[in-house]
Design a protein. Sequence first.
Length: 115
Amino acid sequence: MTRTRILGALAFAAAAAWGVAAFADEPPAHPSALYKEYCAKCHGEDGKAKTMKGKFLKARNFTDAEWQAGVSSADLVKTVTDGKDDMPPFGKKLTPEQIESLVKNDVRGFAPAKP
């Protein structure tokens, strides 16, 4: 009984938080909590991949304008989902919606502003 109440309360809290975020006037935080949890270890919170692990694995620098212009969002979603080279797959840990959000809001959010 207690477990059911806790799960119900967690589900309600998650739905309420999503509703508030979906209708807020401010853009989502950058980088997101999801990015910080799964991506920042290698790519860094600034997207420059200057972390110890990122340097070792030669992680992608998301602030590189040339790279940003040369890769499609569909390719990024595939890479995050299936993995590539030293990049592990996240398709079993994250939902397709979470992966699309990471690409759209976080990875693309590191792109330098166009003049």
